[in-house]
Ligand binder design. Structure first.
Ligand SMILES: [Zn+2]
Length: 100
């Protein structure tokens, strides 16, 4: 991923980013393997679990610290969290407020 540092510095967070392919955004074959391993261990939404809800629906694996901020943690299991679609969206909105 030779361009990632350059891209990270070039992209203004306030500018609507040109749509990149998933691989360009860091979601490549290696990521899919890590994601699969993580979701096998964490098949439920971890945010729902915190609320006392068991939710195995539409699980997406989220980066706790976004890839854009810490690309080195992209494949780090300790930086991952299983979230349902709703919680993933909430977290993404939160990230945009926090880092954007
Ligand atoms: Zn959830």
């Amino acid at each position: 991923m030779p361009n990632r540092i350059k891209r990270r510095c070039d992209v203004s967070p306030n500018r609507p980013a040109t749509r990149q392919t998933p691989a360009e955004r860091g979601y490549d074959a290696l990521w899919r393997k890590v994601r699969e391993a993580y979701v096998a261990d964490h098949p439920l939404c971890e945010d729902c679990l915190d609320e006392g809800v068991t939710n195995p629906e539409h699980i997406e694996v989220d980066h706790v610290i976004p890839i854009l901020i810490r690309p080195d943690l992209r494949l780090d299991m300790t930086n991952l969290r299983s979230r349902c679609r709703r919680h993933h969206k909430l977290k993404t909105d939160e990230d945009q407020r926090f880092y954007g």
